[in-house]
Write a protein that binds this ligand. Structure first.
Ligand code: ATP
Length: 252
């Protein structure tokens, strides 16, 4: 399987603050990889480095085998990498259709319009909730629909690797399930995923593998099953001990 994304020994931060320390990580074709970690562990920073928004101080970033360290974000989009940042940064005063087409801006003039329209249809098949809403102002969509729009916009660049930052944040459980269903199906459509999730349970459910980041370092990695059964992961991120305690309290 080809490696769609690879970070080797990445150290990065902001000004005097070092956030990531010597991070190695990879996402292969056909995979959804979860990136777990507490608030401030450096997950969003890792995505920023992978997508060209932040230049690492040391280490290398490779996309589909090509060393892209230091490439600007726009060039990486053309190379097949899309980044859907936290808090669904859609353009609220523009329509749903305009938002989706913006996602394809790197393709206009390079590809026939029919190819872009085909992907528009693909996004509407994935998120039927957006169908018929093309002229609606994006800011008037519900939180969950805005998240769908943000992911849809990312997919409109036809990425082979998609970086998703906390797609479940603030959404109702039913919506989380719906979005997870779509994420889990993306590798089949030729798009690998690196998924940052605070909702570790949902993250591991849709993933094949995962990494745990603590204070900027990878402290664990494994298959989603291995991580889901790891006592430390269960206690820190899956609330296992809390659940055991409350079960004990109920049985008393
Ligand atoms: P969260 O789940 O809260 O988003 P995270 O694991 O994604 O956490 P980051 O957002 O990567 O963590 O933040 C890691 C550290 O870097 C934090 O201490 C944060 O305050 C700091 N940081 C993030 N972005 C910037 C920035 N643009 N300038 C300076 N410091 C930043």
């Amino acid at each position: 399987m080809d490696e769609m994304l690879r970070l080797d020994g990445v150290t990065a931060g902001y000004g005097g603050l070092t956030v990531l320390r010597d991070v190695d990580l990879s996402v292969r074709e056909g995979e959804v990889v979860a990136l777990l970690g507490a608030n401030g562990a450096g997950k969003s920073t890792l995505l920023a480095v992978a997508s060209g928004l932040l230049r690492p101080r040391s280490g290398r970033v490779r996309v589909d085998g090509v060393d892209v360290t230091g490439w600007p974000a726009e060039r990486l989009v053309r190379r097949g990498l899309a980044h859907v940042p936290e808090r669904r940064r859609i353009f609220g005063s523009m329509t749903v259709l305009e938002n989706l087409l913006l996602g394809a801006h790197v393709r206009f003039g390079r590809e026939p319009r029919a190819a872009i329209d085909l992907d528009l249809e693909r996004v509407l098949l994935l998120f039927p909730q957006l169908r018929g809403r093309g002229e609606q102002i994006a800011g008037s969509l519900s939180g969950g629909e805005q998240q769908m729009l943000a992911i849809g916009r990312g997919l409109m660049s036809r990425p082979r690797i998609l970086l998703l930052d906390e797609p479940s944040l603030g959404l109702a459980p039913l919506m989380v399930r719906e979005i997870c269903r779509v994420i889990a199906g993306l590798p089949e459509q030729g798009c690998a995923v690196l998924l940052v999730e605070q909702n570790a349970r949902a993250g591991l459910e849709v993933s094949t593998r995962g990494y745990v980041l603590e204070v900027g370092r990878v402290v664990k990695e494994g298959t989603a099953c291995q991580l889901g059964e790891d006592p430390e992961v269960r206690e820190a991120y899956l609330g296992a001990r809390r659940e055991a305690r409350s079960a004990a309290a109920v049985s008393r």
